[in-house]
Design a protein around this ligand. Structure first.
Ligand code: NAP
Length: 288
C-alpha cells in the first residue's frame, strides 16, 4: 500500500471527544442533549443497532431515549408521536430507525420531524438548505465523507471532485458539500456513459454506489484521494463448518491503494465516522 490510510476510527474518536466536551458544557447549563430514537415495529437489526447507539451516546453524555411504536401503527399514529417529540423541549434530536413496517413510507415519516431536531439530516428542509449552500443539519454519512477528506489536509478549492452515486442521503449531499467547499463537482450514476472517463479526472473521488468492487485501478487518477462509502457484508469461503463474512466496499482496495495518495479502508473508514457524526449532530441540534 503506497496510499496514506485514512483512519476512520481515529477521526471518529476526535469527533466523539468534541461532542462529549460540548455535551458536558450544555449539561452544566441544565440542558443535557437527548436523542429520541423512534423504533416502529420490532425489527431485530434496528433493536441491536439501537442498543449499541445508546451505549455510545451515554458514553459521550447524550441521553438516548428509545421510543417504541407498535408495528401496526398508522401514519396518523406515528405523526402524533413525532409531534409530541417535536414539542418536547427535553428532546434535542429525533431519528427513525429503518426499515419501517410495510405500509409506512420512510420519506413520509421523516418529513414529520421538526427540521431543527432532524439529526440524520434527512428532512426536506435541511436537504434544501444544504442544496442552497446554507448551514444545515447534514446527513451523517455525507458529513463523515467530508471529515475523512478534511483529515488529509486537502484544500478542496478548485479541485476536480467526482461523486459516484446520487442518492438523497449520500451522493447528492456530498456533492452539495463539495460544491460549498469550492470544488468542481461531477456526479455519476447508472446512466453515466464511460464511468472511468469521469472518475479518472478526479483529484477527489467519492464512491457511494452500493456495488461491491465497482472502482478499480483503471478508474483512478494517480494521486487522487479516494473515499469509499460502500459497505457490504460478503461471505468468505471457509471449510464449511465456519461460514464467515467480511465487510468490503465499492472500491477494490488492494488495487486502488497503489495509485491513490490517500484512501479510506472498509471497514474502518467512513463507517465509524458516520456513527460519530450522529452524536455531533445531536449536540449541534441541542445548541440551536
Ligand atoms: P443507493 O440509494 O442504492 O444509491 C446508489 C447510487 O449509486 C445511485 O445513485 C445509483 O445510480 C448509483 N450507482 C449504482 N451502481 C452504479 C454504477 N454501476 N455506476 C455508477 N453509479 C451507480 O445507495 P446509498 O444509500 O447512497 O448507499 C451507497 C453505499 O453506501 C451502499 O453500499 C451503502 O451500504 C453505503 N452506505 C454506507 C454508510 C456508512 O456509514 N459507511 C452509510 C450509508 C450508506 P442511479 O441513481 O442511477 O440508480
Amino acid at each position: 500500500v503506497s496510499a496514506q490510510l485514512i483512519d476512520g476510527n481515529a477521526i471518529a474518536a476526535r469527533i466523539r471527544d468534541a461532542a462529549q466536551h460540548e455535551a458536558k458544557r450544555l449539561a452544566q447549563r441544565g440542558h443535557r442533549p437527548c436523542l429520541a430514537a423512534v423504533l416502529v415495529g420490532d425489527d431485530d437489526g434496528s433493536r441491536l443497532y439501537a442498543a449499541s447507539q445508546a451505549e455510545t451516546a451515554h458514553r459521550v453524555g447524550i441521553e438516548h431515549r428509545l421510543v417504541e411504536i407498535p408495528p401496526q401503527a398508522t401514519l396518523d399514529e406515528v405523526r402524533g408521536r413525532i409531534a409530541e417529540l417535536n414539542a418536547d423541549a427535553t428532546v434535542s434530536g429525533i431519528l427513525v430507525y429503518q426499515p419501517l413496517p410495510a405500509g409506512l413510507d420512510a420519506a413520509a415519516v421523516q418529513s414529520l420531524i421538526d427540521p431543527r431536531k432532524d439529526v440524520e439530516g434527512v428532512q426536506p428542509y435541511n436537504l434544501g438548505l444544504l442544496a442552497m449552500g446554507r448551514d444545515a443539519l447534514v446527513p451523517c454519512t455525507a458529513a463523515a465523507a467530508m471529515a475523512c477528506l478534511a483529515s488529509t489536509g486537502i484544500d478542496l478549492s478548485g479541485r476536480e471532485a467526482v461523486v459516484v452515486g446520487r442518492s438523497a442521503i449520500v451522493g447528492r449531499p456530498v456533492a452539495a458539500l463539495l460544491t460549498a467547499a469550492h470544488a468542481t463537482v461531477t456526479v455519476c450514476h447508472t446512466r453515466t456513459l464511460q464511468l472511468e472517463d469521469h472518475t479518472r479526472r478526479a483529484e477527489v473521488l467519492i464512491v457511494a454506489a452500493g456495488r461491491v468492487g465497482l472502482i478499480g485501478r483503471e478508474h483512478v487518477r494517480p494521486g487522487a484521494v479516494v473515499i469509499d462509502v460502500g459497505t457490504h457484508r460478503q461471505r468468505v469461503p471457509g471449510d464449511g463448518s465456519t461460514a464467515r463474512t467480511k465487510t468490503v466496499g465499492d472500491v477494490r482496495f488492494e488495487e486502488v491503494s497503489h495509485v491513490a495518495s490517500a484512501i479510506t479502508p472498509v471497514p474502518g473508514g467512513v463507517g465509524p465516522v458516520t456513527v460519530a457524526m450522529l452524536l455531533s449532530n445531536v449536540v449541534k441540534a441541542a445548541e440551536s
